[in-house]
Every structure is written in structure tokens, then in C-alpha cells.
Design a protein around this ligand. Structure first.
Ligand SMILES: NC(=O)c1ccc[n+]([C@@H]2O[C@H](COP(=O)([O-])OP(=O)(O)OC[C@H]3O[C@@H](n4cnc5c(N)ncnc54)[C@H](O)[C@@H]3O)[C@@H](O)[C@H]2O)c1
Length: 437
């Protein structure tokens, strides 16, 4: 769906008018199609910080070397892992205060710290926890399509951040901002991808709800990266399914995921390296008016089916070693939403599912994570009344809605075998929406 206001603001008059009137000023976000960023990166943080040497080497290998004197930079990367006290946080202030104006539009801010919960020293714990408020505020201040993230890295294996560095510094993470991601050492069995350009080559991937909307985009992005795709949707969506299978050279399964034998049916198409639980429905109504059928149908599709299917795949050897399961939650599941007690409960339950299954997936060398989209331009959101739709679109740091591809690219990052150190995490794809944490 087209965002007319965004196009208006792009015109000379529109930019002038929106500035004078104090209206939101979204910029066209650069996405994967824009290629790799050309401007350099500026790396900050003390030379003897635990992550510094590895970080410098990884950035150089990505052709994003440190460029202290460049007038404009794509990214400011600050290694805060050496900050051990509140007083030391002034280094963070000085680095960003000095350089923040050099970040180009669609640029990136990345802060790396140590997981506060692992720190035994009280002072370290406080300083590292403070990073979160800093990064979330920077994301809200910079606008111009600039994103800001905090990666809490287990110093036992700084190389485990490589796929995350690549993702968050690239244009693939266009609509992800203000996120805090914890990255531990991958399970011992995890094998890194051989080709960072096509990390999913030859992997067998199941995507539910793949005939349209976000699911269709997930199917396309995974297929473009080389997966053998199995696209699933309800029998009524068979035409759309056939088309997506044809376009991606994959297979399709017309199946209702709430069917009693859905798990057994899926096992016939596995085992899978990647499973994306994307299918979802809404039946919005305020609680007093909501029927029990509206409650239970949303629970059945959005939560019970992912729970049962994952269990069936785990028990029936339907997941290959190092498999990645990615669920689609929602910011409604984090913040709650009027008229969505059923939907928000189901999407919050998905977060519970991810957190409780993370150790079991780690035991097979795999991972389970969720993305939580905000306002994404789809057929579903096109039907929202104009006033509410405009509020959903503008009330985030990007002042615009995301595209299905933004959710799909985030899922592809989590599915990358080199991302197994990211497990049990919830990553919002919401342009740093005002709703939620
Ligand atoms: N669009 C947004 O802004 C947004 C925001 C947050 C979360 N989400 C979530 O993203 C996911 C995709 O949303 P979308 O906007 O693309 O919705 P959509 O309605 O366009 O697509 C959902 C797909 O799931 C399929 N599906 C529904 N019930 C099924 C069942 N029982 N078995 C198999 N397939 C089934 C539908 O046929 C459809 O193809 C959903 O989980 C949704 O809750 C969307």
C-alpha cells in the first residue's frame, strides 16, 4: 500500500511545509536493494575493552574499516564493554556527542556491551544496564532513517556476533530500531555458514501463512537466499500458494495448521532446517463483546498451533540439527491493544513459547526466536480506518509503516546458521514504535 504522505514530504514543497508545520518528516528508507553501504564506519571505545580487537577485525573483514577522519560516516560503532562504572559512561557521551552529526541518512548506531546479568561486580552491572536507556533515546533523537541498537555480547565468544553485525550495519535492518539483543556463544554443534552472501543455501524451510502478506515476503526472501522452500497455507489459499511455490521453485502444502493431524502431515515434508510460524489471524472486539469463538479461534491459530507443531517436530525428528525456529509475535503482545485481548494474549504467549523452548532448541544446536512487527503495510493494515492507520504509521522513530520485506529480512538473519548465538530473543520490527518497551 502506498504512503502518500511520505511521497509528499519527499517533494521540495512537502519538505518545506512539513518542517514549517511541525509535521513528521519521514525519509525513504534504504533496503537490501540499495546494496551495501559505501561510507565508512567509525569505531569507538577503549583499545583494551574485551570486545575491541575482535570487533575491529570483523569490521575490517566486512570492508567497513575504521575511518576517523571521514566527514560523513555510515555507522558509529561504540564498544562499551570496557565501561565499568557510572563515571566511565562519560566516554559514551563524549564519543556520540562529538560524532553524531557525521552519521549519514539511513546510517547506523551500534553499541556493544556485556550482558549486565552476567556481571558479578555491582558497578559494572549498573553501567552496562545504563546503555539500554542511552541507545533507545539515541534512536528516538536521530530520525532520518538512522537506526540504533544495543548488542549485549558474551565475551567468551565475540566472533558469534558476526552475522548480527552484518545485519544491523546493512540496509536489511531498515525498520528495526531501539532493540536490545543478547548474543551468547553458539551451541557447540553449530556450524557457521560457508557463504555469508547466501547463508541459507540448500536449507529446507517451512513458512506458514505463506500465500500473501508478510508470509509471502518471508518465502521470497528465504528462497532468494537459496532455501528449498515449503510454503504452507489454508486450502482456501491454494491459488496464492501455487503461485508462490512456482515463483520460488519450492513446494507447497495446503493445510490448516489447527487440524488435529497437522503435526503428522508436516513431518511428511521435513525434516526442516528453518521453521517460520507466521500464520496468524485477528478477531478484534472489546472484551465484553467478544464471543468465546473469537477468543478460541485466535488462540488456536496464533498460539496453540505453533506450540503443538513445534512439539510434533521436536518429538518426531522433524527438525535437523542446528535448526532455527522463528515465530511471529506482535508489538500488541508486548504493549497490549484496545480490542485485542485475544490477539495480544496469543502474541504474548508466543514470547513465552520462545523463552521456554530456547534451552531445548539449544540442545540440538539450534535456536528459537520471535520477531514482533509493529505497523506493517499489508492488506490487513490497509483495511484499518484512516485516522487509526495514520497514527500507527507515524508514531514511531521512522514516522512511517514498515514493509513485509523488513520482517522477512529480520527472520532471514535469525535463520542464518551463523546466528545460533541469538536464542530465546524477541526482536521488534516496528521502527521503534511508541508502543511497547
Ligand atoms: N500486518 C501487520 O502489521 C502485523 C503486525 C504485527 C504482527 N503481524 C503478524 O504477522 C503475521 C502475518 O500477518 P499478515 O499481515 O501478513 O496477515 P495476512 O492475513 O495477510 O496473512 C496471514 C496468513 O495466514 C494464513 N492463515 C490463517 N489461518 C491459518 C491456518 N489456520 N492455517 C494455515 N494458514 C493460516 C492466512 O490464510 C494468510 O495467508 C501474523 O502472525 C500477524 O499476526 C502482522
Amino acid at each position: 500500500m502506498s504512503d502518500r504522505y511520505l511521497r509528499f514530504v519527499e517533494s521540495g514543497f512537502g519538505r518545506w511545509f512539513s518542517r514549517k508545520a511541525g509535521l513528521p518528516q519521514p525519509v525513504q528508507l534504504l533496503r537490501a536493494a540499495a546494496g551495501e553501504p559505501r561510507l565508512p564506519t567509525l569505531l569507538g571505545g577503549s583499545a583494551d575493552s574485551p570486545l575491541q580487537a575482535s570487533l575491529r577485525a570483523q569490521l575490517a573483514a566486512m570492508n567497513l574499516p575504521d575511518a576517523p577522519y571521514a566527514p560523513k560516516v555510515h555507522a558509529l560503532v561504540f564498544d562499551a564493554s570496557g565501561l565499568t562504572s557510572v563515571e566511565a559512561l562519560a566516554e559514551l557521551y563524549r564519543f556520540f556527542h562529538t560524532h553524531v552529526k557525521r552519521v549519514a541518512s539511513n546510517g547506523r548506531i551500534l553499541v556493544l556491551g556485556l550482558p549486565p546479568e552476567q556481571a558479578t561486580d555491582e558497578s559494572v552491572r549498573i553501567a552496562q544496564r545504563a546503555l539500554e536507556g542511552f541507545v533507545r533515546s539515541v534512536g528516538k533523537e536521530l530520525r532520518r532513517g538512522i537506526t540504533a541498537q544495543l548488542l549485549y555480547v558474551d565475551p567468551a565468544d565475540p566472533a558469534a556476533i558476526n552475522s548480527s553485525l552484518r545485519f544491523f550495519l546493512s540496509y536489511r535492518s531498515a525498520y528495526v530500531s531501539g532493540q536490545v539483543v543478547r548474543i551468547g556463544p553458539p551451541p557447540a554443534a553449530a556450524v557457521p555458514a560457508t557463504d555469508p552472501a547466501r547463508p541459507l543455501q540448500g536449507k529446507r524451510a517451512l513458512v506458514t501463512g505463506a500465500s500473501r502478506g508478510i508470509g509471502k515476503s518471508i518465502a521470497q526472501v528465504l528462497a532468494r537466499q537459496g532455501t528449498e522452500l515449503v510454503a504452507l497455507d489454508v486450502p482456501a489459499a491454494e491459488n496464492g500458494l501455487r503461485e508462490i511455490a512456482h515463483r520460488t521453485g519450492g513446494q507447497y502444502v495446503a493445510l490448516d495448521i489447527t487440524a488435529a493431524d497437522a503435526g503428522a502431515q508436516l513431518l511428511k515434508h521435513g525434516p526442516f532446517d528453518i521453521v517460520v510460524h507466521n500464520a496468524g489471524i485477528t478477531r478484534d472486539r472489546t472484551l465484553a463483546k467478544m464471543s468465546e469463538a473469537e477468543w478460541s479461534s485466535v488462540m488456536a491459530v496464533n498460539l496453540l498451533a505453533p506450540q503443538r507443531l513445534t512439539e510434533a517436530l521436536l518429538q518426531g525428528d522433524g527438525l535437523k540439527p542446528q535448526a532455527a525456529v522463528v515465530c511471529v509475535s506482535s508489538i500488541s503482545g508486548i504493549a497490549g491493544n484496545l480490542g485485542q485481548t485475544n490477539y495480544a494474549a496469543s502474541k504474548a504467549g508466543i514470547i513465552g513459547l520462545v523463552q521456554s523452548l530456547a534451552p531445548r532448541l539449544a540442545a540440538i544446536g539450534g535456536s528459537i526466536n520471535a520477531v514482533a512487527p509493529g505497523f506493517i503495510e499489508t492488506e490487513m493494515t490497509a483495511k484499518i480506518p484512516l485516522g487509526i492507520r495514520e497514527a500507527g504509521r507515524r508514531l514511531n522513530s521512522m514516522s512511517q509503516g514498515g514493509l513485509p520485506v523488513d520482517v522477512a529480512e529480520t527472520i532471514a538473519w535469525l535463520a542464518d546458521p551463523a546466528s545460533r548465538g541469538v536464542n530465546g530473543q524477541i526482536v521488534r520490527v516496528c521502527g521503534q514504535s511508541l508502543l511497547g518497551a
